[in-house]
Design a protein around this ligand. Structure first.
Ligand SMILES: C[S@@+](CC[C@H](N)C(=O)[O-])C[C@H]1O[C@@H](n2cnc3c(N)ncnc32)[C@H](O)[C@@H]1O
Length: 296
């Protein structure tokens, strides 16, 4: 199910089922990375941060959070790593350097724009011998090439919030086939503590940022368990203070670059969503979570 796409520096993995939400997510990430850097910083890490004493940059906070989840997962010498929803490749680059002996790291994404940028960075860093990129929907992980080498570590940071239920199920079932026994899965995302009772504090009839399918941490862990994963750790991470600080810092960056009516469309949607999320985090309706699971 995998094929080379013309001269693109990534392989295309075709699934068997359509994902009607896919184009909605693709549109969110179609702006140039230079535009995104103005909002989320040059590292292009795009999932929250933990601010250690004295740290103030988005990059420091992002790396601190990523490192914290890796320590929680307690992963040693992985042979094969997968990043689900790999953004512009920043997490893959970090993992390739952190696990310098890991021979194979795969990144998947449905945004061709992001993958093209990721591929260029990986080539420049001399990591292209170990890092492979795939234009592949998370629901199709079972079709990734090389099933004879199972994954030891899978990360899904900030991507699960975008998934419709069928994509989340497809990913969990696919990973159950492709992760080795004892292999670790790290899910880090923003979830709704009680989806049924959640009420938005602003008028919220538009599906901004393609995050329209709200999920609770229990729904995610329940599905993982149904698919044969053992959930070792679930915690609020980053805490509410750091989560709000990260949202506000990205908003401040946007304020510094664009007047309110002039923000690019996707960034404007994030700006409004972050205001909504800050209110929801502060009243305990929404939290950032880290989930560490292991294939049983
Ligand atoms: C918030 S960004 C997080 C990027 C990166 N994981 C990080 O930590 O910086 C979410 C990413 O998930 C990707 N994504 C969303 N839905 C996806 C899907 N169904 N399959 C694969 N990737 C998806 C988006 O294109 C985007 O790159």
């Amino acid at each position: 199910m995998a094929g080379q796409q013309g001269t693109e520096p990534f392989q295309v993995v075709h699934g068997s089922v359509q994902d009607p939400y896919r184009s909605r997510v693709e549109r969110v990430y179609e702006d140039r990375p230079e535009v995104w850097k103005k909002a989320i910083g040059d590292s292009l890490l795009f999932h929250l941060g933990i601010y250690p004493d004295g740290a103030s940059s988005l990059e420091e906070a992002g790396i601190c959070f990523l490192e914290h989840t890796l320590e929680l997962a307690d992963v040693e010498a992985p042979v094969r790593v997968l990043d689900v929803g790999c953004g512009w490749g920043s997490v893959l680059q970090y993992l390739a350097e952190r696990f310098a002996d890991c021979p194979r790291l795969d990144g998947i994404n449905i945004s061709a724009e992001q993958l093209a940028y990721a591929a260029a960075g990986i080539r420049r860093s001399g990591l292209d011998g170990r890092v492979r990129l795939f234009l592949c929907n998370a629901q199709d992980v079972r079709f990734l090439p090389g099933p004879e080498t199972p994954y030891d570590l899978v990360m899904a940071r900030g991507s699960v919030a975008h998934f419709p239920p069928a994509v989340l199920r497809g990913m969990a079932e696919g990973l159950a086939q492709r992760v080795r026994r004892g292999g670790k899965l790290i899910v880090a995302d923003v979830f709704y503590n009680d989806v049924a009772s959640y009420v938005s504090s602003i008028e919220d009839t538009v599906d901004r940022c393609a995050c329209g399918y709200r999920k609770s941490p229990d729904q995610v862990t329940g599905l993982l368990e149904e698919c044969g994963f053992l959930v070792d750790d679930v915690r609020v991470l980053p805490d509410a203070k750091d989560t709000v600080r990260w949202f506000r810092q990205v908003q401040a960056n946007m304020d510094a670059h664009w007047a309110a009516g002039e923000r690019p469309r996707a960034l404007d949607e994030y700006y409004i969503t972050f205001s909504n999320m800050i209110a929801a985090v502060e009243r305990g309706a929404v939290s950032a979570y880290s989930i560490i699971a292991r294939r049983g």
